[in-house]
Design a protein around this ligand. Structure first.
Ligand SMILES: Cc1ncc(COP(=O)(O)O)c(C=O)c1O
Length: 370
């Protein structure tokens, strides 16, 4: 017996390819000491308050469903960001909110516009809902907001701007963003994906919530996966006009955010020091990597997030593989639409030093033909 045919738009979807897990590299290369600088995780780990809250929650009754409304966390976020609780929606990672935006706004005949390269889940949201996906090339590694505005039509429903962008680490600044928002028609929702918001320290970096508070058709996405270091628990959120947030509530799964994630996120919000420490460590690691890339003669893209793109000048895959053999996992740019680049997540000081030492060896080996 044949199983029913898979619809074409589902067949065309590609499963998300994550950075290689440490265990896989250990197995493949027979290594014990492997570091991963590939998925833009925070190497300092979560707040001790979050881990303590988690331990207590685990010994509570895990047999109960979570609070589907995320009541306490929603109230805390509303206070933190000075918005109404009705403007907030929690998700199983901000990934889920991206997917749910697709469910709400996309369908056959609808369009999504974004930059390229950028975070892959925007394309997935379009493909899953049979919407057209328009990717406008970045200009000098930045979202080209004028070119994006030129591609918006009456059928455009979602415009995704990752700010900072992944994989480039670049930002769009306030004046350019405001000009762009003024050009956007009311028929399109602009999604400002601020997964790396807390790392951005440029004085002209715009806070997307300003535009939500102005009542614009803007959805701001934030996450606890990055600076709060809770990626394993999967929790992110969106903030928008109440009508948009209500639609996102309607399409989500009943208990989409698990209890442990809610508890840890709430405790994290009560520890601003963890953010300050992480931001400081990230800036130090970033400056170290900039200095080393310059010493090695490798051009790099200035970052506003917790990862840096370095240009190897030739296809980066052999360097990526050489690093793997030395137990250092980074992201190869060919998977991200930047074939000569390596993307490295800023790690702890020792990890950054080890990455640079391994990279230097790989470069040396490749120059001597080994
Ligand atoms: C730009 C961007 N948006 C969203 C996400 C997804 O984050 P989350 O873990 O909250 O699903 C990522 C993760 O890498 C990202 O880089």
């Amino acid at each position: 017996m044949q199983p029913p045919a898979i619809p074409d738009h589902i067949r065309r979807l590609r499963p998300y390819v994550p950075g290689k897990p440490i265990e896989e590299v250990q197995r493949e290369f027979g290594l014990t000491d492997v570091i991963k600088l590939a998925s833009n995780e925070n190497p300092l780990g979560p707040s001790p308050r979050a881990t303590a809250a988690l331990a207590a929650a685990v010994s509570d009754n895990l047999g109960l469903y979570p609070d589907g409304a995320c009541f306490t966390l929603t109230q805390a976020l509303a206070r933190r960001w000075e918005v109404e609780p009705e403007q907030i929606v929690l998700g199983n990672g901000s990934d889920e909110i991206i997917a749910n935006l697709g469910l709400v706004y996309l369908g056959p005949g609808a369009q999504t516009v974004t930059g390229a390269p950028t975070f892959v889940q925007y394309k997935a949201a379009a493909g899953l809902n049979q919407a057209e996906f328009i990717a406008v090339p970045l200009h000098e590694h930045r979202f080209d907001l004028d070119a994006i505005a030129d591609r918006i039509t009456p059928c455009t429903r979602l415009v995704f701007i990752a700010n900072p962008n992944n994989p480039t680490g670049t930002i769009v600044r306030r004046p350019a963003l405001e000009r762009f928002l003024d050009r956007c028609p009311e028929t399109a929702v602009v999604v400002l994906d601020e997964a790396y918001f807390e790392y951005a320290d440029d004085p002209d970096y715009p806070d997307g919530l300003d535009y939500v508070r102005q009542g614009r058709n803007v959805v701001v996405l934030r996450t606890f996966s990055k600076i709060y270091a809770l990626a394993a628990l999967r929790i992110g959120y969106g903030i928008a006009r109440p009508e948009i947030a209500a639609a996102l509530q309607q399409v989500r799964q009943p208990f989409n955010v698990n209890t442990l994630a809610q508890v840890a996120a709430l405790a994290s919000l009560e520890d601003p020091d963890q953010v300050v420490r992480s931001r400081r460590a990230n800036a130090e690691g970033r400056d170290y990597l900039y200095g080393e890339f310059a010493r090695l003669g490798l051009p790099y893209v200035e970052t506003h997030a917790n990862f840096v793109l370095a240009d190897m000048g030739t296809p980066a895959r052999p360097y990526f593989e050489g690093l793997l053999r030395r137990g250092v996992i980074v992201r190869c740019g060919d998977a991200l639409g930047l074939p000569t680049y390596l993307r490295v997540t800023i790690g702890r000081p020792g990890d950054n030093v080890r990455f640079i030492a391994a990279l230097e060896q790989v470069i040396h080996d490749s120059a001597s033909g080994r």
